[in-house]
Design a protein around this ligand. Structure first.
Ligand SMILES: [Zn+2]
Length: 199
């Protein structure tokens, strides 16, 4: 009754974030409405993702045939200042700011419970050994650029502890009042943090 092609499509797409089986089914029928050439372009855009790989240094995305990602292979960027971000999209936001001239470590999505997964531990270990082997045992600065959430706080504490002897400075993104935010209207947590982070 339902063609197997659609069933297969729904099986895969309903596993994606934001899509349940119903949305995936709707998407399938929506795509069937569009002309064949745009459908072909879409499927090419998807299969092109296969050409990407993970950078062995920062774990961002790189082209399959390149050794490192464009950020790690950019000689103008300082390898001794490292921002630890959770997600690739966080890195991209950071890059949009175009202020940061160091390198990164993409940790990977943090679990709800805040416990580091095996891959995340392995990525941190990789950074440690890079600091030891390439940076003479100490980075200039590690910037913990994790979210200002309980999980972010918890993970930051772990990172601070793990890297305390491996970096001259370990900082965390300031959590001051948002631009234009007024002390009077700030919630307690925001105010407390901005107070603690005063300079
Ligand atoms: Zn990289």
């Amino acid at each position: 009754m339902i063609p197997k092609e659609i069933k297969k499509f729904v099986d895969y797409f309903s596993k994606l974030p934001l899509l349940g089986p119903r949305q995936a089914t709707r998407l399938a029928f929506y795509l069937l409405e569009s002309d064949k050439s745009s459908l072909k372009n879409l499927s090419e855009a998807m299969s092109d993702l296969l050409k990407l790989d993970r950078c062995a240094r920062c774990f961002f995305i790189k082209e399959e045939n390149e050794k490192l990602c464009p950020i790690c292979s950019d000689e103008k960027r300082s390898p001794t200042v490292i921002a630890i971000v959770e997600k690739e999209t966080d890195l991209m936001t950071f890059e949009k700011m175009s202020k940061f001239k160091g390198q990164y470590l993409v940790l990977g999505k943090l679990a709800e419970k805040g416990i580091l997964e095996q891959t995340q531990k392995a990525r941190l270990e990789k950074l440690k050994s890079r600091i030891k082997s390439e940076l003479g045992g100490s980075a200039d600065e590690i910037i913990i650029a994790l979210n200002a959430t309980a999980i972010g706080d918890f993970t930051s504490d772990i990172i601070r502890e793990e890297f305390k002897n491996l970096s001259k400075k370990i900082t965390r993104l300031g959590r001051g009042l948002p631009t234009g935010g007024e002390v009077e209207f700030a919630d307690e947590t925001t105010l407390l943090h901005s107070f603690e982070k005063r300079y």
